[in-house]
Design a protein around this ligand. Structure first.
Ligand code: NOJ
Length: 534
């Protein structure tokens, strides 16, 4: 994708020269706490990110998505917001946020910020007032308990992080929290909740952000009467069926109203849904023309390394989003799941597959999300000591995807500085010694490195007119091999553990490993991907 982005001097607001930038954008997820630490306290922050924006630009991304940096007691890594209009001092100040947005725009990068509308922190003034008996109570879900003395939770819902989704408040009633007890769920039937979030969206849009990643976009509306589910192990049901607290049809009306609000601003501001829907069709409902722009494609993220399954997932995703005229977003990792090098088997095999998956997804039609560190081939850190872990799911001894600290370990920038150049001597999570050779500086300039593979792929993606948004068609391929064409371009992926002979598709552009091409054929190396000009 080639896209110029100019900025207006006064507001730093980007003016896209090409409509629909988000349909094919590569968006780089920055986990704020773990990207770059500007003040040396061991925790990543906004000034640290700002200083590293040129890295993201040179990588070839179009935008950054920043995880929550708002005032928060950090009971769930900032997804427990106490004030939606203030920056937590851990991460900087509002003027740091403002400068970050302006600097990003100056570099031609857009900025997406997280919005957390399903729940607040228990330290949010509304919830404190609710506990004190104020009318703010109506903005949350308080209910009397069951049992003779109200000693049992009001229904059988379980928290995504384990245990009941209800906590008993002083005074006897229970309040709902689909996540940690420090994250009480808001009641979106209350007009004050809706009005407040409209105002918060406007606050950040006025500051110049280009859009929002909507946390738990499938959860804001609960089924009337909060009915029992009648099953336990409910975390395992998420994403496989509509639940009384997830993927209720009522959420769409909220998204429609947000779209109207976004469209009332210039510059194509967007929203991307974090929605765990049971099917590609249900997910597509979030990206109908009058709703959100994108939704993360978790069906693809959770797909096994299996050619048939990958192909079926791509087909289902493109068919479902295509039916509503939306792009698909390809995503392999984020701050909630085990890094894909490790999901794909770890070690040399996991890395081979991860590199191939990167070329595969970056060649598919639509937009792609990259999670910081995947361009370095970082694996999950699986041996963190219990005492450093901060994931509330770990401490509640359950969790939707296992425990999430291992994918949040701070980024290694340089081989020889303390904390590998992340900043400070002691990062909030320890980095493995093996990450020294995975640092940005260690990989830069090495044509075999994963970083240079990503840089080359993203540069080609910009240059080649056939990539990004558009169409694709599968090419005939033997079992275990995926091959598809885009205008002027083809991609082959050999998912097997052995090399496979294949007719020469065209001129080799980029490959995850050395490839032998003959006059008529090519030997596709095991677990590899190749880009071809055709
Ligand atoms: C999804 C976020 O990505 C995750 O990190 C968080 O714990 C939950 N939503 C609750 O906000």
């Amino acid at each position: 994708m080639t896209q110029e982005l100019t900025t207006t001097a006064t507001t730093g607001e980007p003016t896209p020269s090409r409509p629909g930038w988000w349909r094919e954008a590569v968006i780089y997820q920055v986990y704020v706490r773990s990207f770059a630490d500007g003040d040396g306290d061991g925790i990543g922050d906004l000034p640290g990110i700002r200083a590293r924006l040129p890295y993201v630009k040179e990588l070839g991304a179009d935008a950054v998505w920043l995880t929550p940096f708002y005032l928060s007691p950090q009971a769930d890594g900032g997804y427990d917001v106490a004030d939606y209009r203030r920056v937590d001092p851990l991460f900087g100040s509002l003027s740091d946020a403002d400068e970050l947005v302006r600097e990003a725009h100056r570099l031609g990068l857009r900025v997406i910020v997280d919005i957390v509308p399903n729940h607040t922190s228990d330290q949010h003034p509304w919830f404190r007032a609710a506990l004190a008996g104020g009318p703010e109570r109506e903005r949350y879900h308080f209910r009397p308990g069951r049992g003779a003395r109200g000693q049992l939770p009001p229904n059988d819902w379980e928290s995504v992080f384990g245990g009941p989704a209800w906590t008993r408040a002083p005074g006897g009633d229970w309040y709902l929290h689909l996540f940690a007890p420090e994250q009480p769920d808001l009641d979106w039937d209350h007009p004050a909740v809706r009005a407040e979030f409209d105002s918060v969206l406007r606050f950040w849009l006025d500051l110049g952000v280009d859009g929002f990643r909507v946390d738990v976009a499938h959860g804001m509306v609960k089924a009337a009467g909060l009915p029992d589910i009648g099953a336990s192990e409910q975390a395992s049901l998420i994403g496989s069926q509509v639940l009384p607290f997830f993927d209720q049809d009522g959420v769409h009306e909220i998204h429609r109203s947000w779209r109207t609000l976004l469209d009332s601003y210039g510059g194509e501001r967007i929203a991307v849904a974090e929605a765990w829907a049971p099917s590609a069709e249900r997910l597509a409902l979030y990206v109908r023309p009058d709703e959100l722009h994108q939704a993360f494609n978790f069906q693809f993220l959770t797909c096994d390394w299996d050619a048939e399954a990958m192909r079926a997932t791509v087909d289902a995703s493109l068919a479902a989003t295509g039916a509503v005229g939306a792009p698909t977003t390809w995503v392999l990792s984020n701050h909630d799941v085990v890094r894909h090098v490790t999901r794909y088997g770890g070690g040399a095999r996991g890395l081979r597959r991860a590199r191939a998956a990167a070329l595969f997804t970056l060649a598919l039609p639509g937009s792609a999300y990259l999670y910081q560190g995947e361009e370095l081939g970082l694996p999950e850190v699986t041996d963190l000591p219990d005492e450093v872990r901060q994931d509330p799911a770990f401490h509640r001894a359950a969790g939707q995807d296992g425990f999430r600290d291992g994918c949040r370990v701070p980024i290694p920038w340089t081989p020889d500085e303390p904390s590998y150049g992340f900043g400070g001597a002691r990062p909030w999570l320890p980095q493995p010694a093996s990450w020294r050779r995975l640092s940005v500086a260690s990989q830069s300039g090495d044509p075999h490195s994963t970083l240079e593979l990503y840089r080359a792929a993203l540069a080609l993606r910009r240059e080649l007119p056939g990539l990004g948004d558009g169409t694709m068609s599968w090419l005939p391929a033997p079992e275990g091999v995926l091959a598809f064409a885009r205008p002027g371009f083809a991609c082959t992926v050999n998912t097997l553990d052995r090399a496979v002979q294949f007719p020469l598709p065209g001129r080799l552009l980029l490959a995850t490993t050395a490839v032998e091409c003959g006059a008529r054929g090519v030997l596709l190396p095991r677990e590899s991907a190749v880009w071809w000009a055709i």
